[in-house]
Structures are given as C-alpha cells and as structure tokens.
Design a protein around this ligand. Sequence first.
Ligand SMILES: *Cc1c(COP(=O)(O)O)cnc(C)c1O
Length: 387
Amino acid sequence: MRGFATNAIHAGQEPDPTTGAVIIPIHPSSTFAQDGVGELRGGYDYSRSGNPTRTALQECLAALEGGRHGVAFGSGMGATDVLLRSTLAPGDHVVIPHDAYGGTFRLIDAVLAPWGVEHTSVDLADLTALRAALRPTTRVVWCETPTNPLLGIADIAALAGVVRSGPSSRPPARLVVDNTFASPYLQNPLALGADVVLHSTTKYLGGHSDVVGGVVVTSDDELAERLRFLQNAVGSVPGPFDAWLTLRGVKTLAVRMERHSDSAERVAELLTGHRAVEKVFYPGLPGHPGHEVAAKQMRRFGGMVSFLLAGGRAAALRVCAATELFTLAESLGGVESLIEHPGVMTHASVAGSVLEVPDNLVRLSVGIEDVEDLIDDLRTALDAAAG
Ligand SMILES: *Cc1c(COP(=O)(O)O)cnc(C)c1O
C-alpha cells in the first residue's frame, strides 16, 4: 500500500488517457454524448449524477481516509445533511457532542428535530455518559475530535467499542467522526473503528480558503449506495471547478499539516508563557485534557489553538483587533493565519445554550507563514492586551 503523501498526489488521478495531461481536467460539461440509446462511453450521463473531476476527488479522499467509498458534496453541511438523512428516519435518535460544530447542532435541532429525529447532547470524553445516552433507537453517534473551539479530545476507538456494545437493535448505531479539525493526515477514524468519516473540505483539505465543499468516506457498501442515491436525489454536489480546487489543495496536505503543527506548537508555547493569557487549549500540551488520547490516535496535534485572556472579554477583543498577520475572520485550515472571538463570531448562535463558550476566549488557525513573524505578531498583540 502506498503512503499518504503519494496517495494525496496520485490516488484517483492517472494521466489523462487521450492527451496525457498529468493533472485531472476540469470537466464543466453538464451532459455526456451517448454512443447509442443508454450506451454510455465512460459511465457518465449527466453531471449531477456523476462528473469525472468529482470522481477523481472522491477516489482521492477515500484513499486518504482508508475507506472504500468517498461521496463529495457542495459543502460540509451538505455532506452532513445527506449523511444524517441516509442514516436517520423520524423516531430515530442521534447522540451529538455537547460542543458540536454549530452548524451541525443547528441542522439536528432546527431541521431534523421538527421532522421527528430525537437527539441527546453528551460530553464524549465521558464514556459512562455516552453509555447512558444510548437508546434502542439510537442510529448515529456523532463525534468531533479535536472539538471546536476548545480542542476537546474523544477516544475514537473507545467510542467505537461503546457504540458497538450498545442497546441498538437493527439497524445498528453508527459512529460518525467529523474529522475536519484533524484532517486525514493527522487522524484516520475508520482505522480506529469508526463507521463513517466526514470532512468540511473547505478547511484543511482545500487548504487555501478558496473553495467550500464536503465529503463523506465509508467502507460500508450499503451506506455508500444510499449516500450516492441521495447525493443525486438531493443534488447538493460540488461543481467541477470546486472539485478540482480541492484536489489541487489536497496534493500538499501532508507538508502543510506538518508545518501547521510545527507552528501551532510554537504558538502554544508563546501563549503558555505570556502574562496576558489565563489558559491555553492545545492537544499537544501535556496538561491538556485528553493529551494522551490525542497522542495515541493523532500523528501530530494540528494547527488550531485557543486561549483565554486573563483580562476578560475586553482583552480578548483587544487581541483580535491588534494582530496584523493573523486576519480577523471565521473559518480555519487555510495557509494564512486567522484569529477570531468565538463568543461574538463563530459561536454567537449558541449563546445561552449548553454550547456557549467563555467570552474571554480567542481561537487561532495557525497558518504556514514564517513562524517568527507569527510569534512577533501575537506577542505584540498580547503585550498590548496586557497593558
Ligand atoms: C466548517 C465545518 C463544518 C461545516 O462545513 P461547511 O463546509 O462550512 O459547510 C462542519 N464541521 C466542522 C468541524 C467544521 O469546521
């Protein structure tokens, strides 16, 4: 079996048989000529149902997660919606992390709940709580690790064991891991016992903040069949240019994740030693809850770092306003460094709920610029916040 970086560059992407083009073409065609009625030349008839550029992306991402099937969507939420509707029906139950991605919580709470799907929020670091939350009707246990924005860690192999031995009758509950924060370079949930992996490819996989997309990877043939059916039936597919941009980004994923991890470690070290900072959240820090689990199931600790300011909300807002290289913006996982205040920005919609985050919290997506420049920028902003 080939290595990760080799697959990232070559899986699903043989040179074009007619022209020899090394890079997979962008196929904008919405329809495909047939040799006779119903006689398809290359297996394609209409681009919502299938497109060669999208196929290349799906095969590549499936290889990177070690799964048999990849199914790509127009966004991470499009992927989440189709995955949940492939696995849940009215009357079914889903367990979600108490700090789930806000869009995932909104989809389950505001779209699937009125349709008749029930949900329970639990802290997935607490296996006893998970066991207690499982019902005979539980079809999905949704996991994110590391979580957003506090970088909480769940033990994927342990969760898989609990889900498998749970009370669910047929069909069995599935463990789904949203692997967006780690990327497939750092963590492969299927190998740890998960049934399904999902990514917002908008983040590390695309990696350049220039495309929105999502993917679901699984080795479950029956589920993949259902996902492909709904992908076409619902039509939330990525366009060929989006698929191509994502493929282009993926080629450098291995080197980018090494650099993100190197620089985030340096940033976590700076923050830990700075008087303006009350607490640092980074899975690579030995004192971080779940550090041992992260060290066991992740190759490195990734590029996301969060921290609490000793000076409260005002200090947090001052730091966000004071950085120059770290751009004030939502999203994450691109080559450029970003800073944000989750309480006002990404997590504003969960204020007052169990998902509410501290108002002195700042989240960083550490990019791959020169780390000395990043450190200088942050130190200057923190000094200003400390007064
Ligand atoms: C961004 C994100 C999503 C949603 O993906 P979109 O591409 O924005 O639709 C889901 N999960 C996590 C962890 C994310 O960061």
